[in-house]
Design a protein around this ligand. Structure first.
Ligand SMILES: [Zn+2]
Length: 480
């Protein structure tokens, strides 16, 4: 597979450290609020990447953290603690907030067919692991104590800005975020590994450490959790592009300083979801959540389809109109699949050729829009319907759009709406011609004022468990 690596700024052939195995890490959500659909775009694309690895025969182990401590409103360790902010907003404890929004996140994932990673670890579960790393960093001279907190010293690295060509001047974190700068830092982009001098006196989660009672900084959790479950080397690390700096930059700094060698080989970053007014955020404009999509009558998988239609390395513009277009295309696609005849033989050669095309699309830096195009190619192909259905079912293992299931539901719905009619009188039911015929007989009997016969037919149907409802110009029936 060819994949774009943010670290080298070019497409590379993906070669895992151990043949056949992929160690994959994903930055999880900070569980202080609902995820917006922009956040979820990243998780959808990471899910497709994971499923593509599995589909290609790799044995994948994927780990994700849940941030339930230490993440301040600025990624540069300043501003308000996000978890405390959530707790205050809802007058609940931090633990309750964490539990509620973790569940909400996985409910969203389920609605979007995002597989749960093999390991999901709340940050608060691994405090000892962070303490061990921080202690080692202090011993190695990469971390220092100032004002009670422990900071990572970015000046000790040969190269700190691994993802970009920024220099310290461009990245005046305190100025950029419009909040006060931390005067304890030796260098502007030094970051907190352990807080003891919290300005948040009501910080509920605190642990004992060699440097005093406190709590970990945000960045250390991903290094700690990744190494705990995936060891000293990582094949691929994923996240939204806004995590590249400072979060992922800091993860690399501390992990490699701790390990003394390279930590992660490939960095997979997903571009933003924008609205017409810019990057989507929780505080700006409409708060777009999966629940809101559902309230407005959209199938959440329409949003997944919308994301798959574009490449993960391009910004995607969300508007209701764009989503409507995706919905129309998605429902049309399902209707075409529902029109394929089930049963019959799968033509192996034709199936293999289609699969090769599908794999080629995704092997080219996860080109999902091309993979969706291959779905349409399947529908147009000259092979049997059974072959087409087999190919679509197979591709959907990666795409996760429930195509076969939705087509079956549509077929059933269409059948139940198939109606028989005679002389302006319509019978609507579950698609059983024998029942429809009896109801038409009953209509003829009533028209001929043969009420005894009409009642006999009604009773006969009742005995079969058929419930009928007369309307002005017809009748509908259902099995009860
Ligand atoms: Zn992370």
């Amino acid at each position: 597979m060819q994949i774009y690596n943010t670290l080298s700024r070019k497409k590379e052939t993906f070669v895992p450290m151990e043949p056949g195995k992929v160690k994959m890490y994903t930055c999880g959500p900070t569980v202080y609020h609902f995820a917006h659909i922009g956040n979820l775009r990243s998780y959808i694309m990471e899910d497709v990447l994971e499923k593509h690895f599995r589909y290609s025969g790799y044995d994948v182990t994927r780990v994700m953290n849940i941030t339930d401590v230490g993440h301040l409103s600025s990624d540069g360790d300043t501003g308000e603690d996000k978890m405390l902010k959530g707790a205050k907003r809802e007058q609940k404890s931090v633990m309750d907030i964490a539990r509620f929004y973790t569940d909400a996140f996985f409910a969203d994932c389920q609605a979007l067919n995002i597989k749960r990673p093999d390991v999901v670890e709340p940050a608060t579960n691994c405090i000892d692991d962070y303490i061990h790393i921080i202690q080692t960093l202090i011993e190695k001279g990469y971390a220092y104590r100032a004002g009670g907190n422990i900071y990572f010293d970015t000046a000790k690295l040969d190269q700190y800005y691994v993802f970009n060509d920024f220099d310290a001047e461009d990245l005046a974190v305190g100025v950029r975020e419009g909040v006060e700068e931390d005067s304890n830092k030796r260098n502007k982009n030094d970051f907190v590994l352990w807080f003891t001098q919290s300005k948040f006196e009501d910080q509920a989660l605190k642990w004992d450490s060699p440097w005093g009672v406190g709590y970990p900084g945000w960045h250390i959790e991903c290094s700690g959790i990744s190494m705990k479950y995936l060891g000293e080397g990582l094949d691929i690390h994923c996240g939204g592009i806004d995590n590249a700096f400072p979060h992922h930059t800091n993860e690399i700094a501390q992990s490699e300083a701790f390990l003394g060698h390279k930590w992660c080989n490939y960095w997979f970053h997903i571009l933003h979801l924008n609205t017409s007014s810019g990057k989507m955020s929780k505080s700006k404009g409409e708060f777009l959540t999966v629940s809101l999509l559902k309230e407005k009558g959209y199938d959440p998988l329409v949003y997944r389809f919308f994301c798959l239609q574009s490449h993960y390395r391009k910004s995607l513009v969300f508007s209701w109109e764009n989503l409507d277009n995706a919905a129309a295309a998605f429902h049309k696609l399902i209707a075409r699949i529902a029109g394929l005849k089930e049963g019959g033989a799968v033509e192996e050669d034709a199936f293999a050729a289609l699969k090769e095309k599908f794999l080629a699309a995704l092997d080219n830096d996860l080109n999902t829009s091309m993979a969706v195009t291959v779905l349409y190619d399947v529908l147009k192909a000259g092979c049997s319907d059974a072959t087409k259905l087999a190919a679509i079912a197979s591709f959907d293992e990666v795409l996760g759009l429930d195509l076969i299931q939705k087509a079956a539901e549509l077929r059933k719905k269409n059948a139940s709406q198939s109606a028989s009619s005679a002389g302006g009188y319509t019978v609507t039911g579950e698609g059983d011609p024998a029942i429809d015929a009896l109801l038409l007989q009953r209509y003829e009997a009533k028209k001929a004022r043969n009420f005894a016969e009409a009642d006999r037919i009604r009773d006969e149907l009742k005995a079969q468990g058929i419930e009928i409802a007369d309307a002005r110009d017809g009748v509908s029936w259902k099995r009860v």
